[in-house]
Design a protein around this ligand. Structure first.
Ligand code: GUN
Length: 292
């Protein structure tokens, strides 16, 4: 069993990005600038956004963090998005999800200018990804593709099961795995809450992507000997063994699944750092205007 070290790979890519930023600025380019909009104080969202801002500093980007109270109106958010769309200093920005229930998430996503949509959530970017055109790709699935490639994991003709059909992970993940070329060329099955015999589907898979948000859902009996298992789950589970009162749990029961795998990602330190580094890569591309 080989552990896929997302932290190590992400540090390696951050070093490359930092060098590219230096070169770009030395050649007269503007420092890339990522902005983030955070609504409310959900612990997970606050932590993720803080990590994104810190990562910007590490690679020499400028960043702006715009916070709003949970009670912010949809109109106020739309106005801020318009301001960021029109601000030439900002190359790319994200609105951290989920948003409070009174805000229409889709309307917010569609208000972002696709050329600044470094999360790759706008329908224009999603549509371009579907047909293999240059675009901003959703950071988590694109980060997983980078991990597969970094570890030279074979994908052509492999049976891949994606558990979860979210717009930001499951659906784009399935498209990228099935795309022509490497990494890709997989035969993909998407499983979800209405799938019959989900354990049987998983058992047939060479590659399992667990992205359903249910702690320790994937157990050893669902995994074929020698499978590659990628865990996207990051649920905060209460515990009295940590100072914070919670522990991050993935969607895979790591201790019993790991011995059966050829490769597996840990939580934390697997997919999470790759999501952040892919967002940085997208922002650098936005700054270089490579997506226009
Ligand atoms: N919520 C969970 N993952 C993400 C992400 O990649 N981007 C944003 N904006 N919100 C998220």
């Amino acid at each position: 069993m080989k552990l896929i070290d997302g932290k190590k790979v992400s540090e390696h890519i951050k070093t490359q990005i930092a060098q590219e930023v230096k070169d770009f600025v030395a050649a007269g380019g503007k420092k890339p600038h990522l902005a983030a909009i955070l609504v409310g104080n959900d612990g997970g969202s606050v932590t993720y956004v803080n990590h994104k801002v810190k990562a910007c500093e590490q690679v020499g980007f400028d960043s702006t963090l715009q916070t709003f109270d949970e009670s912010v109106s949809e109109q106020e958010l739309l106005e801020k998005i318009k301001e960021f769309n029109e601000n030439p200093i900002i190359d790319g920005f994200i609105v951290q999800l989920p948003l409070p229930k009174h805000i229409n998430e889709q309307k917010i996503i569609e208000a972002i200018d696709p050329i600044k949509d470094v999360d790759g959530f706008h329908p224009i970017n999603v549509g371009k990804m579907m047909i293999g055109l240059p675009c901003f790709k959703s950071a988590t699935p694109a980060g997983i593709m980078q991990l597969l490639s970094f570890y030279s994991i074979e994908t052509a003709g492999k049976k891949c099961v994606v558990i979860g059909r979210s717009n930001i992970v499951g659906k784009p993940m399935s498209v990228l795995l099935a795309q022509k070329g490497y990494p890709g060329d997989c035969t993909v099955t998407i499983c979800h809450s209405r799938t019959k015999n989900l354990a049987e589907e998983c058992k047939r898979a060479d590659i399992i992507i667990a992205a359903l948000g249910s702690p320790e859902f994937v157990t050893a009996d669902m995994v074929k000997e020698g499978a590659v298992v990628i865990d996207v789950g990051t649920t905060r589970v209460p515990t009295n063994e940590t100072k914070s009162g919670w522990r991050l749990k993935g969607d895979v029961k790591f201790d019993e699944v790991a011995p059966k795998c050829s490769y597996i990602t840990p939580v934390p330190g697997g997919v999470g750092p790759m999501t952040i580094v892919t967002l940085l890569r997208n922002t650098l591309q936005a700054a270089k205007k490579q997506m226009c």
